[in-house]
Write a protein that binds this ligand. Structure first.
Ligand code: NAD
Length: 260
C-alpha cells in the first residue's frame, strides 16, 4: 500500500525551517517539526499545519546540540510517522565576535547545532533510506558555506564543513536512491537576522532601515532579502523524483552575493 511521504525538518519552529515544513505539508508530506519556542505558539503551528493541509504533524523539542537528543527525535518520529523519506538539516544558531574574543562555549554550540547535528541526523536515517531505496538529505548551509565574513568564524567554519559533509555523504549513498545536497541562502529576513540587525543598529547608531540598506543588503546585488518561500520551493524540488540525478551539489540562492 502506498503511503504519504514523510519529512523531518530540524529547527522548524521559526524562519526558514518553518517555511519549508509548511511548503512540504502543502504537498501532502507528513511533517516532523523540531525546535525551541513557546509551547502555545508551537501548538498553534501544529494545529495550523494539520488543519490547512490535512497531514500528520509530530513535534519534538529535542536539542540538536546533543547527540542523545537527536536520537530521541529520530526514534520518536519513526514511531509516530513511520519511515522518513526526506531529511532537512536546518537548525542553526549564530554568534558574532572577533575570533580572539569568540566565547568558546558559543564556538562549541555553533559547531554542534549547525554541523554535527546534520551528521547525527544523517547517520541515523541513512540506513532506512538505503533499505527503501529512496531518500533525500537537504542541508541548509549558507552563502557563508562558500565565502567568509569577518566576526563569524564559527558559523563560516560550520557552514563550509556542512558543504564538505554534503559532498561526502552524496558519494557514499550515490547508488542507493538517496541524494544529498546543500542550499546556500544569502540574507533571508528571519529572527536569526533580526537579532543581528538590532545589534548593528545600536553598535553603529544607525536606524534598522539604514543597517538593512547599507550593511546587510550591501552584500546582496539584488538589494532584496531572499524570501523564505523561495528557499522552501528549492528544497521541495530537490526532494522530488525529478531531482534524482542532483547530488553532492550546493545551490546558491543569494541574490548574486557569491557572484562577486
Ligand atoms: P531562526 O532563528 O528563525 O530559526 C532557527 C530554528 O532553529 C528555530 O526553530 C530554533 O528553535 C531552532 N534551533 C536553534 N537551536 C536549536 C537546537 N539546539 N536544537 C533544535 N533546534 C534549534 O533562523 P533561520 O534564519 O530560519 O535559519 C535557519 C537556517 O538557515 C540556519 O541553519 C541558518 O544558518 C540558515 N541560514 C539563514 C540565513 C538567513 O539570512 N536567515 C541565511 C543563510 C542560511
Amino acid at each position: 500500500m502506498s503511503r504519504g511521504r514523510v519529512v523531518l525538518v530540524t529547527g522548524s519552529t521559526s524562519g526558514i525551517g518553518l517555511g519549508i515544513a509548511k511548503e512540504f505539508a502543502s504537498q501532502g508530506y507528513d511533517i516532523g517539526l523540531n525546535g525551541f519556542g513557546e509551547r502555545k505558539e508551537i501548538q498553534s503551528i501544529e494545529r495550523e499545519i494539520k488543519e490547512n493541509f490535512g497531514v500528520q504533524v509530530f513535534y519534538s523539542d529535542a536539542d540538536m546540540s546533543k547527540p542523545s537528543e537527536v536520537e530521541r527525535f529520530v526514534g520518536n518520529a519513526n514511531d509516530v510517522l513511520g519511515a522518513i523519506d526526506v531529511l532537512i538539516n536546518n537548525a542553526g544558531v549564530q554568534h558574532v565576535s572577533p575570533v580572539e574574543h569568540f566565547p568558546t562555549d558559543k564556538w562549541d554550540l555553533i559547531l554542534a547545532v549547525n554541523l554535527s547535528s546534520a551528521f547525527h541526523m544523517s547517520r541515523l536515517l541513512i540506513p532506512s533510506m538505503r533499505t527503501q531505496r529512496f531518500g533525500r538529505i537537504i542541508n541548509i548551509a549558507s552563502a557563508h558555506g562558500l565565502v567568509a565574513s569577518m566576526n563569524k568564524s564559527a558559523y563560516v567554519a560550520a557552514k563550509h564543513g556542512l558543504i564538505g559533509f554534503t559532498k561526502t555523504v552524496a558519494l557514499e549513498v550515490a547508488e542507493s536512491g538517496v541524494t544529498c545536497n546543500a542550499i546556500c541562502p544569502g540574507w533571508v529576513e528571519t529572527p536569526l537576522v533580526k537579532v543581528q540587525v538590532e545589534a548593528l543598529s545600536s553598535e553603529k547608531s544607525l536606524s534598522q532601515e539604514e543597517v538593512i540598506r547599507d550593511l546587510i543588503l550591501e552584500r546582496q546585488p539584488t538589494r532584496k532579502f531572499v524570501q523564505i518561500e523561495q528557499v522552501a520551493a528549492l528544497a521541495l524540488f530537490l526532494a522530488s523524483e525529478q531531482a534524482s540525478s542532483i547530488t553532492g551539489s550546493s545551490y546558491s540562492i543569494d541574490g548574486g552575493w557569491t557572484a562577486h
